[in-house]
Design a protein around this ligand. Structure first.
Ligand code: DGL
Length: 264
């Protein structure tokens, strides 16, 4: 048994979609969440910057005595994971591999779509991992950067988000995809809106569910499961009110965030 908390981070509110699944799978774990709201978006930044920001956040989470880290961000998972695991000596879980596994289980016609930030799409991480498992799968990727500010603003299903989704997803829907990976943790917040555009025949894959299952299996296998009350603590680098408002909506709990200056 290990009663230390789990550390989870993202550039902003997106990682809360992962927190939601972790709470469902592991209700007895305490969670410390960090949202880098001062520096969101990560998806338009370079690999070096994303790695540096992530390392600062992991150091902060380590100061809170976390037992493991979940990178609840596809941009960090696809660009910086290999470097981060070399820098830190604790288990770090990423979200790309779980997304790939869920997609391979879901697709029947072997034509899949991946949407993510510019940095995630540019990294080719999803395609590489899919091809390693099945070289016959056709993969079409599309960066949808505006979904991130829409989610941060709480505009998840209005005319603007729908029009944005229509423009971004038009190409993909013409490719006969039967599954689409939400390769950015902000995107499940727009799931309804994305679903309306891609249509009911397309399976929408949120990697967070499989990531939560993987985390549970890992902790169990290593005797690291906790027996806590499921306390949640939230830290952000800016604008606590806005974060807390979205957090309340996503998790349906009263959440209060504390501001932290990582650069001090
Ligand atoms: N939610 C993050 C991801 O999964 C980052 C989005 C961003 O900050 O651009 O990629």
């Amino acid at each position: 048994m290990d009663n230390r908390p789990i550390g989870i981070f993202d550039s902003g509110v997106g990682g809360l979609t992962v927190v939601k699944q972790i709470i469902k799978a592991l209700p007895n774990e305490d969670i410390i969440y960090f949202g880098d709201t001062a520096r969101v978006p990560y998806g338009s930044k370079t690999k070096e910057t994303v790695t540096n920001f992530s390392a600062q956040i992991i150091r902060f989470l380590l100061s809170k005595n976390v037992k493991t880290i979940i990178i609840a961000c596809n941009t960090v998972s696809s660009n910086s994971y290999d470097e981060l695991i070399k820098m830190f000596d604790l288990p770090i879980i990423e979200v790309v591999t779980p997304g790939v596994e869920a997609c391979l289980n879901a697709t029947k016609n072997k034509i899949v779509g991946i949407i993510g930030t510019e940095a995630t799409v540019k990294s080719g991480a999803y395609e590489k991992k899919i091809r390693q498992k099945d070289n016959n799968i056709k993969v079409y990727s599309k960066a949808c950067p505006l979904f991130v500010p829409l989610a941060e603003e709480g505009w998840t299903d209005n005319d603007i988000s729908r029009q944005t989704a229509e423009i971004y997803l038009r190409d993909l829907t013409e490719k006969n995809i039967d599954s689409i990976i939400l390769g950015c943790t902000h995107y499940p917040l727009l799931k309804k809106c994305i679903g309306k555009v891609v249509g009911e025949a397309v399976t929408i894959i949120d990697p967070a569910k499989t990531a939560a299952k993987k985390t549970k299996n890992y902790l169990d296998k290593h005797g690291m499961l906790g027996k806590n009350n499921g306390n949640l603590s939230f830290y952000v680098s800016d604008n606590t009110e806005k974060f807390s408002f979205i957090c309340n909506t996503v998790l349906k709990k009263t959440c209060t965030a504390e501001k932290v200056d990582l650069e001090k």
